[in-house]
Design a protein around this ligand. Structure first.
Ligand code: 9MR
Length: 388
C-alpha cells in the first residue's frame, strides 16, 4: 500500500516546485523591445489617438500554429493577453513543476512587436489544476496563504516588469449576493476567508510593483436589475478596498455582452464615472458579443452585432478613466461562445462575436470599433497619467 502524503509534505512539495523555478530577472529571457507592429489603418492605431489601447486575447494553440493569425494580432493590436497560458491550470498542471513555455512565447512575441501585455489571471475559482482544490481544502489558513504567496511570486515574478496590468482576482462576486460581503463560494474563500482578495492584491504589488493590480469581474455591464445590484456591490467593495489601503489600481469589466439583454447607457455611464471618480483606471478586458438573439442571416446579424457594440463602446470610450479595450480573441472561429452550453446559438450556427471573420476579413464590428475609436473624445492626457 502506498502511504498517502501528509498535508505538510504535499504543501512543502508544491511549494518547493514553485520556489525552484525562482523569479526571473526583469526583461531577461524575453529579448529587446521591438518597434510597434500595428498598421496605420488598424484598431490599435485608431485607439491610440485618444490614449486608448486596443488589445486581444490570444489562445496558445492558435498562436502556435497559424502565421496568418499572428500577422492579424500584430497588425491590429497594441496589447495581448494569454487565454489560458498564465493560468494555474497550465503553469502548475502537475505538482512540483512549472510550465511557462506558452506564456513565454507570447511575451517574447509581444515584446518584439512593441505591444503591451495583460496578465490573466492569478486567483480564480476555475482553471485550477485538479490537485489544487483538495490541497487547499486540507490546508490550514497559514499554509493556504503560503501557497497563494508562492504561486503569485512564481508567475508574476517570472513576468515582472513585462505586464502592464494583472488580473489579480477574477469573478469573485457571487451571482446573487447571498453572503453579506458579496463573495462567491470558492476554494480560495474556503481556505483563506474573505481577506483573500485584499491579500492577493498586496502580494502582487510586492512581487511586481510596476504592474497595475486589477479586479476583473463579469456580469456588470448590462441594463438588468440583477446586474445593477452587482454594480452596487462592486462600488461598495472598491470603496472598502481603497479605505483599507489595498493596492488596487484598476477595475476590469469583462464585457461578454449578450444580445439577449439590453444595454442601459445611463447606468453604464454612471458606473464608469463612479469608478473613475475613485481615481482607478478601467479596462474592458474580454469584449465579445453573444449574438444568440439576432437572426441567422449573416449580413443582418453582423450589422446588429456592430450596432449593439456601438451602444456599449460609445459610452465606454467617453469615460476618461477607460484605458484598454481588449476583445476575447479577435477571430470568430475561436470564440469560447460556441463551446459554452448556455451561449451556443439555438440554430446551431457559429457565433459571429468578434472583429475578424474566418478569413481574417474585417467585419462590420471591426469597422464600428474603428469608428468609435476614431470619433472618441480625446482623453489622452488623463489616460497617460492613470497608466502611471
Ligand atoms: O476562453 C477561455 C477558455 O479557452 C478556457 O478554457 C477557459 C478556462 O481556462 O477560460 C476561458 O476564458 C474565460 C476567462 O478566463 C474568464 N472569463 C470568462 C472567459 C470565457 O470562459
Amino acid at each position: 500500500m502506498i502511504d498517502r502524503p501528509t498535508r505538510r509534505a504535499v504543501l512543502a512539495g508544491a511549494a518547493c516546485g514553485l520556489a525552484s523555478h525562482g523569479i526571473a530577472a526583469p526583461g531577461q529571457p524575453f529579448g529587446p523591445a521591438g518597434r510597434p507592429s500595428w498598421s496605420g489603418d488598424g484598431l490599435q492605431a485608431a485607439a491610440a489617438r485618444t490614449g486608448l489601447t486596443f488589445g486581444t486575447e490570444v489562445p496558445g494553440f492558435r498562436f502556435a500554429r497559424d502565421p496568418a493569425y499572428r500577422q492579424a494580432v500584430a497588425r491590429e493590436a497594441g496589447l495581448l493577453v494569454c487565454g489560458t497560458e498564465m493560468k494555474m491550470e497550465v503553469v502548475l498542471a502537475e505538482p512540483g513543476r512549472t510550465d511557462f513555455s506558452q506564456g513565454d512565447a507570447l511575451v517574447r512575441f509581444a515584446r518584439g512587436n512593441g505591444q503591451r501585455l495583460r496578465g490573466h489571471t492569478l486567483v480564480w475559482h476555475e482553471a485550477l489544476p485538479p490537485w489544487v482544490p483538495p490541497l487547499l481544502a486540507r490546508a490550514t489558513p497559514a499554509q493556504a496563504e503560503d501557497f497563494l504567496r508562492r504561486w503569485i511570486e512564481t508567475v508574476a515574478g517570472r513576468y515582472r516588469g513585462q505586464i502592464a496590468s494583472w488580473d489579480v482576482v477574477n469573478e469573485v462576486l457571487a451571482q446573487d449576493g447571498t453572503r453579506p460581503d458579496g463573495l462567491r463560494e470558492s476554494p480560495w474563500l474556503a481556505a483563506l476567508g474573505p481577506g483573500y482578495v485584499d491579500l492577493a492584491f498586496r502580494i502582487l504589488h510586492q512581487t511586481d510593483p510596476m504592474a497595475a493590480p486589477c479586479w476583473n469581474e463579469d456580469a456588470v455591464e448590462q441594463g438588468v436589475p440583477w446586474m445593477e445590484a452587482r454594480r452596487t456591490r462592486v462600488l461598495k467593495r472598491l470603496e472598502g478596498m481603497l479605505a483599507r489601503g489595498v493596492p488596487i489600481r484598476r477595475f476590469g469589466l469583462q464585457s461578454h455582452l449578450t444580445s439577449t439583454l439590453p444595454i442601459d447607457q445611463g447606468q453604464l455611464r454612471r458606473f464608469l464615472a463612479e469608478i473613475g471618480g475613485m481615481g482607478l483606471g478601467i479596462e474592458i478586458t474580454e469584449f465579445d458579443i453573444d449574438d444568440r438573439a439576432f437572426p441567422a442571416d449573416i449580413a443582418v446579424r453582423d450589422r446588429m452585432v456592430a450596432d449593439f457594440a456601438r451602444r456599449y463602446l460609445d459610452v465606454a470610450v467617453a469615460e476618461p478613466a477607460l484605458l484598454n479595450v481588449v476583445s476575447w480573441d479577435i477571430y470568430d472561429p475561436d470564440t469560447w461562445l460556441n463551446d459554452h452550453p448556455y451561449r451556443k446559438r439555438p440554430d446551431g450556427l457559429a457565433q459571429r462575436a468578434l472583429p475578424l471573420d474566418a478569413q481574417f476579413r474585417r467585419k462590420p464590428l471591426w469597422h464600428t470599433m474603428k469608428a468609435v475609436f476614431s470619433e472618441a473624445p480625446d482623453h489622452a492626457a488623463r489616460r497617460a497619467k492613470l497608466r502611471g
